[in-house]
Design a protein around this ligand. Structure first.
Ligand code: MN
Length: 722
């Protein structure tokens, strides 16, 4: 296949640029860019047979037609000159500066990737395109111009490659052009994509349009005449044009099952006026003469589309009973309708900066905010690209706030998505939703034109976990999840602080000594934590034992938790008899012994003492042997249901020993007490016996001691500690 190509000259491009760029320095830089690219590609041919320079010339021309700024025009010329190994980057930086080279580099990175069926490369390239948008939208504008020219010359590639290129363009670049409001780019790209992805359909529509062309022109001209007559009478300054529907938009309607003859808005015209007020005036005049079709009127002036598009749309029964679709807009609205974000260049005095355009995008395009949020949420390329494609670039529903602002959401979204799109504060405090005046469940699927009111309550404790499943957008889901992470984190921080303070108090370390900034940074260093918050979170959720934290500074006294932990970890745990009777706070399986010095029995106030290597020994709280060893003391208490007998040590003073031992034994058998041993202790003045008895509890012991006391020869009975 051969094709005649119109050769574009630098002069033609320059003329286009001269229309709006006048600064001599800018023009000189553009000359330099052309000279550089001309020499760079000299002698090279494109597959089309053209000199290679035709490609950058065309790309620059396309960019000049949307009044692109100097940096963008230069980048358009230079977008294919960056060497694979960056060897000429320094040179480019020297001549053109960082801004231009950054755009060139951005486009180069996207173009470098090989698309031949490699899914990973496709995802990577899509991610670069999307991230490029958030860094400098001019990268994407140059990319769109580059693709537009390549699509115009796509005939040169084999059919398989044509289809691949066309599908890729439809998947990602067309939706981006649409979101940026760049409708002239979008419309031409769509038509070209259809031509190569579905040539049969494309040429069928072209043929049909040609067949009906004269007839349609006749009808459109009659209608233009009739409308002009109306407007002339009112003295309105206007322009009116017949409007060709794009082939792709006709294809979409055919695809929905309509037949070619059903497509009434093939007859279309557009009226341009100077002011917004005149738009409504013109609409009124047209409706006064031609009956509007019900439900086909749309006021995109009062409620602009989310890509900034503004116009009035109506469909009327026109001359000869033909149906006409009419758009009414101001010239300024037309610029925005055609070029979207790029129209910013036309309305900016000379010297617009990257920040201006980027700022306009952030302010004016809702999709951009979604893009940024999704970018921040997803670390994984594939997820990011998938989410953007499904939730940002696909067809959406348009719903309204009670004030009439349009909110754009993916199809399938619920009031939860709406609330979180408006503001995460609204989502977090949401208690209900009202759609078109009626209360709806929170999993209600939003429909086009729904008016959505979110009821909030400032006392609401926050979203419910179920909402994660009810929400459709990844933004809402991740905002709900982050609410829970946040509140959980706050709880952990609080708990962590408490745990540490308690431990410091328990170890009798003065708080002021412990909590110095020097000490805290020592601890943070030790655990490689970045701040105190991280330390407290880890303490609060039990990731590190509090003892080890204090030990960083007070290491000589290993804490009891450490010792116990060591026990448990080393497997030195062994069940002993007393284990079931004594509950050691916080520890389940540990060896427990009863101290032989103070011999505690059930009912005694007791404490646990952490021994070196032998688990815990239970002492009576008043036992002098454990005093001044507080750091090794652990809370323990008796199990209420103990039935075992424990030894107690008594010292009996008596005046004489006549029948004394018999008396003692007799009393013990009355009281269900076993006497384990009786030792006589010699003393000069009186008789003393050391008595070890096995006994159930303190109460029984007291009773027994009273009974002994009632023996006339006994002076005194006391419980002793050795
Ligand atoms: Mn290129």
């Amino acid at each position: 296949m051969t094709k005649m190509n119109l050769e574009l000259t630098y002069e033609e491009v320059k003329n286009k640029i001269d229309n709006y760029i006048t600064n001599p320095e800018d023009l000189a830089l553009i000359d330099k860019a052309f000279k550089y690219v001309y020499e760079f590609h000299e002698g090279e041919k494109r597959l089309t047979g053209d000199d290679y320079i035709q490609h950058p010339l065309n790309v620059a021309y396309i960019l000049a037609s949307i009044n692109a700024d100097t940096a963008t025009i230069c980048a358009g010329f230079l977008h294919d000159v960056m060497e694979e190994d960056d060897s000429n980057k320094e040179e480019l930086l020297d001549i053109f500066g960082e801004v231009i080279v950054n755009i060139v580099e951005g486009v180069t990175k996207i173009n470098k990737l090989n698309f031949d069926g490699d899914k990973k490369a496709v995802i990577e390239s899509h991610r670069k395109i999307l991230v490029g948008l958030s860094e400098d939208v001019r990268v994407i504008i140059v990319k769109l111009a580059d693709r537009l020219h390549n699509m115009r010359t796509l005939w040169v590639l084999p059919p398989k490659s044509q289809k691949e290129k066309a599908n890729e363009t439809l998947d990602i670049l067309v939706p981006i052009a649409s979101r940026l409001g760049m409708n002239t780019f979008k419309s031409e790209l769509e038509d070209l994509c259809l031509r190569y992805s579905k040539p049969d359909t494309y040429f069928y529509i072209v043929e049909k349009l040609n067949q009906t062309k004269n007839e349609r022109n006749l009808e459109v001209n009659k209608m233009i005449e009739a409308v002009s007559l109306l407007l002339d009478k009112e003295g309105i300054e206007y322009k009116i044009k017949g409007r060709a529907k794009s082939i792709y938009s006709i294809y979409k309607k055919l695809d929905k099952g309509k037949s070619f003859n059903d497509i009434y808005d093939l007859l279309a015209l557009r009226v341009y006026v100077n002011t917004e007020h005149e738009c409504y005036q013109v609409l009124g005049l047209i409706h006064s003469k031609f009956k509007p079709m019900p439900k086909r009127f749309k006021d995109y002036i009062a409620m602009p589309k989310t890509n900034m598009y503004q116009s009035l749309h109506t469909t009327v029964f026109g001359v000869d009973e033909h149906i006409f679709e009419i758009q009414i807009r101001t010239y300024e609205m037309d610029q925005i309708a055609e070029h979207g974000i790029a129209s910013h260049w036309s309305y900016k005095e000379h010297g617009s900066t990257k920040a201006d355009l980027q700022n306009a995008m952030e302010q004016k395009l809702q999709f951009f905010r979604s893009l940024i949020e999704i970018k921040n949420d997803n670390s994984n390329d594939e997820e990011f690209v998938k989410t953007v494609q499904n939730e940002v670039l696909k067809e959406n529903v348009y719903v309204f706030t009670p004030r009439g602002d349009v909110i754009e959401l993916p199809i399938g979204s619920t009031p939860i998505d709406f609330a979180y799109r408006v503001h995460s504060g609204v989502g977090d405090k949401m208690v209900g939703a009202i759609v078109n005046g009626s209360i709806v469940p929170l999993d209600y699927v939003l429909q086009n034109n729904d008016v959505v009111k979110i009821n909030t309550n400032k006392n609401s404790l926050g979203p419910s976990k179920e909402w994660i499943n009810m929400a459709f957008t990844s933004q809402a889901k991740s905002k709900i999840k982050s609410f829970f992470n946040r509140t959980q984190k706050e709880d952990y921080v609080k708990l962590g602080e408490e745990v540490l303070i308690k431990e410091v108090k328990k170890r009798k370390i003065p708080m002021a000594d412990f909590f110095t900034s020097e000490n805290i940074s020592k601890i943070l260093n030790e655990f490689k934590y970045k701040d105190e918050e991280e330390l407290y979170v880890n303490l609060g959720n039990n990731k590190i034992p509090v003892g080890t934290v204090v030990n960083v500074l007070y290491n000589d006294n290993a804490s009891k938790e450490d010792l116990i932990l060591k026990r448990v970890i080393n497997g030195e745990v062994e069940e002993v008899n007393s284990k079931d009777d004594i509950i050691v706070e916080g520890i389940d399986r540990i060896k427990v012994n009863v101290a032989s010095c103070c011999k505690p029995i059930p009912g005694d106030e007791i404490v646990g003492y952490i021994t070196k290597g032998h688990g815990i020994t239970i002492h009576r709280a008043m036992c002098p042997n454990i005093m001044n060893n507080e750091e090794r003391i652990i809370n323990v208490h008796w199990n209420n249901i103990t039935t075992k007998k424990y030894p107690a040590l008594l010292l009996v003073h008596a005046m004489e020993n006549k029948n004394l031992l018999l008396d003692i034994i007799a009393r013990s058998s009355n009281s269900d007490i076993t006497i384990q041993s009786i030792n006589a202790i010699n003393s000069s003045d009186n008789f003393m016996y050391e008595l070890t008895v096995l006994i159930n509890n303190v109460e029984s012991l007291k009773k027994f001691m009273n009974e002994l006391d009632s023996i006339s020869s006994i002076i005194n009975v006391e419980r002793i500690i050795k």
